[in-house]
Ligand binder design. Structure first.
Ligand code: MF3
Ligand code: CO
Length: 250
């Protein structure tokens, strides 16, 4: 499938969708504290999205049962919120969410520390975030997509962290997941050429230990195989003729 090039009108709608999502995240971040349950985070996020007049795009996506993915410690992504799962001091929690505004999807993720966290956990979160910013340096019209993947990999490698391979970034627009796939690890082929008007999600998922992941029996929650902790950082971005625009920053 060809990669969609968004029109000027579509770009305006994508910008607004992403701006509203970033606002939701800003409020979710404030709610992170020891003692809150992962279900309370989901309920708050769902309410914030609907207060903006938008629809949570994760809810019932392929049967996913919640609006916000809440993944704690060794949970990589797609954690299912639970009433009896309470965050505690020192945990790290990855929130991943998206919404639909006038038919246009946004998607972003962040990992937050709960209270005081270890230096090791902080370094993992910071490196995961920075790997996104290394990747986006290559997100320019005329470059090839996999320059982004290679830059993320090259930045992470010296840390000795594991880069998750089973899950990747993606195009986004009138659907949550559009072409192309955006891997976070080095690629042999150079991938499609980037063009102004493409909107993509870059979302490195980085494990403190080995890269391997497995799925829990709930069919959703992805955890590290070795039990090491994992961080996630995702923005929806727009390729332009100049510098890329990060649409979900706050
Ligand atoms: N956040 C995922 C992504 O970035 C999609 C999650 S879908 C859900 O592509 F069903 F788990 F919510
Ligand atoms: Co995504």
């Amino acid at each position: 499938m060809a990669i969609a090039i968004k029109t000027e009108r579509e770009i305006l709608l994508m910008r607004e969708s992403c701006r509203l999502l970033a606002d939701v995240f800003q409020n979710l971040e404030k709610a992170i504290r020891p003692g809150i349950s992962t279900m309370e985070i989901n309920i708050l996020g769902d309410q914030l999205i609907r207060q903006h007049g938008c629809i949570p795009n994760f809810f019932h996506y392929n049967g996913y049962p919640a609006s916000i993915c809440v993944s704690v410690n060794d949970e990589v992504v797609h954690g299912i919120p639970r009433k009896n799962h309470f965050l505690k001091e020192g945990d790290i929690v990855s929130l991943d969410a998206g919404l639909i505004y006038q038919g246009y999807h946004s998607d972003m993720a962040r990992t937050f520390g709960v209270g005081q966290i270890s230096a090791e956990a902080k370094q993992l979160i910071d490196a995961t975030r920075q790997s996104f910013f290394e990747g986006i340096k290559k997100a320019r019209a005329g470059n090839h997509l996999h320059e982004i993947s290679n830059a993320i990999d090259a930045y992470i490698k010296p840390f000795g962290y594991g880069i998750v391979r089973e899950l990747v970034g993606h195009g986004i627009g009138t659907k949550l997941h559009e072409d192309p796939q955006v891997p976070n690890f080095a690629q042999i082929k150079r991938g499609p050429k980037l063009r102004a008007g493409m909107t993509i999600c870059i979302e490195p998922m980085i494990n403190m230990g080995r890269a391997d992941v497995e799925w829990l029996d709930d069919d959703w929650t992805v955890v590290t195989e070795d039990g090491s902790w994992s961080a996630h950082y995702e923005n929806t971005i727009l390729i332009t003729e100049g510098d890329p625009e990060i649409l979900t920053l706050y």
